[in-house]
Design a binder for this molecule. Structure first.
Ligand code: 13P
Length: 247
């Protein structure tokens, strides 16, 4: 059985006091969830969230990191800074980072390697633009993103992959379950090409992009979608709890 994960990506939202209340209120729902639960919170919420989530089954992740351990990189946070406060997961290569902060397949690859070297578990994001989807280029684009991100990486045991079509993020336009499942199958076959069938069958692959309580169950009913990376709908406890119940 593959691992199931529902992860929230709070993006640039939630103050520490809001994060602590959220986690406290989510806890009773989280207890009964049939999947791993991760909240990827802003840096300034990490410490408070980790303390509040202690002794619960809610795991805490960061949304980005630099690949170097230290140095003259104003405004950046290093993998060992995350690790030393017990952060477990880190999102790498989110399309908003690629789009607004000039992240490339090369920097994504460096970050994935560095995260693994520091025993952090990367959530690697890939996804195509609307134009690429309209030109039916998504399979080639996604497969290339996966190959570049994983270049030189021996084991992907600690990596989770998130397929997030850019046109579905924050737009309310969720991918159909068939489209999402088909693209995730392409990801699995790319992983098979690189690491063999056993690894491909075991890697946990999430869908992200306008996941809501209304569409989560349908997405989770497919053969290859192992959970979700949720943006907007992870900011309200009742909405996020309903998504957890859909698994
Ligand atoms: P939305 O769920 O708000 O579309 O965001 C998805 C996302 O970017 C998660 O990383």
């Amino acid at each position: 059985m593959r691992k199931k994960i529902i992860a929230g990506n709070w993006k640039m939202n939630m103050l520490p006091n809001e994060a602590m209340s959220f986690i406290t209120e989510l806890e009773p729902y989280a207890k009964n969830a049939k999947c791993e639960i991760i909240l990827c919170v802003p840096y300034t919420d990490l410490f408070y969230s980790l303390l509040t989530a202690q002794n619960t089954n809610i795991k805490i992740g960061a949304q980005n990191m630099h690949w170097e351990e230290s140095g003259a990189y104003t405004g950046e946070v290093s993998p060992n800074m995350l690790k030393c406060i017990n952060v477990e997961y880190v999102i790498i290569g989110h399309s908003e980072r690629r789009q607004y902060f000039a992240e490339t397949d090369e920097t994504v690859n460096k970050k994935i390697k560095s995260a693994l070297n520091h025993s952090l578990k990367p959530i690697l994001c890939v996804g195509e633009t609307l134009e690429q989807r309209e030109n039916n280029m998504q399979d080639a684009i996604i497969s290339n993103q996966i190959k570049s991100a994983l270049k030189g990486i021996e084991s992907i045991e600690n990596i989770t992959i998130a397929y997030e079509p850019i046109w579905a993020i924050g737009t309310g336009k969720v991918a159909t379950k068939e489209d999402a499942n088909n693209t995730i199958k392409i990801i699995r076959s790319t992983v098979k090409e690189l690491y063999g069938d056993n690894v491909a069958q075991n890697v946990c692959i999430l869908y992200g992009g306008s996941v809501k309580k209304e569409n989560a169950k349908e997405l989770f009913s497919t053969s290859d979608i192992d959970g979700a990376l949720v943006g907007g709908a992870s900011l309200k406890v009742d909405e996020f709890a309903k998504i957890l119940e859909s698994m």
